[in-house]
Write a protein that binds this ligand. Structure first.
Ligand SMILES: [Cu+2]
Length: 137
C-alpha cells in the first residue's frame, strides 16, 4: 500500500515535466508583435534655441498668427534675420528678433501669412548651423 501512495504523485510530476518540456521545444519562434515605431512628430514648439552648435529645431511649423520665440543659449550674440540675405524681405516679422545677446530671449512679430520663412544670422550669413525655417500653416 505504501508504494502505491508514493508512485501516484511521482507519475503526475513526471507527466507534468514531459508536457512542459514538449511545449517548450515546440514553442513558436515567430517574433512577438512589436509595436510599429511611433512616427516622430514634427516638433510642436514655438521656440527656437540658439546654442553653440546652432539653431534647434532647424524647422518648426506654427499656425498663422504665431509669434516665435528665439532663445540665445550660446555665449555669443547673434543677429537673426529673415531670408534672403542681405535684403531680409521675405518675412519682415523675423527681423524683429534681430540682434540678440547671449542669454537673451526675443520674439518675432505675428507670423500671419501661410508660407515658409527662412532665417539666418546676418553676421554669419554662410553659417548653415545658424539657418532654419519657420513654416506657417
Ligand atoms: Cu542677412
Amino acid at each position: 500500500m505504501r508504494v502505491h501512495t508514493l508512485w501516484f504523485p511521482t507519475l503526475i510530476l513526471a507527466a507534468t515535466l514531459a508536457a512542459a518540456t514538449c511545449g517548450g521545444s515546440s514553442s513558436p519562434t515567430t517574433p512577438s508583435p512589436s509595436p510599429a515605431p511611433a512616427p516622430s512628430p514634427a516638433p510642436s514648439t514655438n521656440t527656437i534655441t540658439i546654442s553653440a552648435s546652432g539653431v534647434s529645431p532647424k524647422t518648426i511649423t506654427v499656425p498663422p498668427g504665431t509669434r516665435v520665440t528665439f532663445v540665445n543659449n550660446s555665449n555669443s550674440p547673434h543677429d537673426m534675420s529673415s531670408d534672403p540675405h542681405p535684403e531680409h524681405t521675405d518675412c519682415p516679422e523675423i527681423n524683429q528678433v534681430g540682434f540678440i545677446s547671449a542669454g537673451q530671449t526675443k520674439l518675432t512679430g505675428n507670423l500671419n501669412t501661410p508660407r515658409t520663412c527662412g532665417y539666418h544670422d546676418h553676421n554669419q550669413p554662410s553659417n548653415t548651423s545658424l539657418q532654419g525655417s519657420i513654416v506657417i500653416q
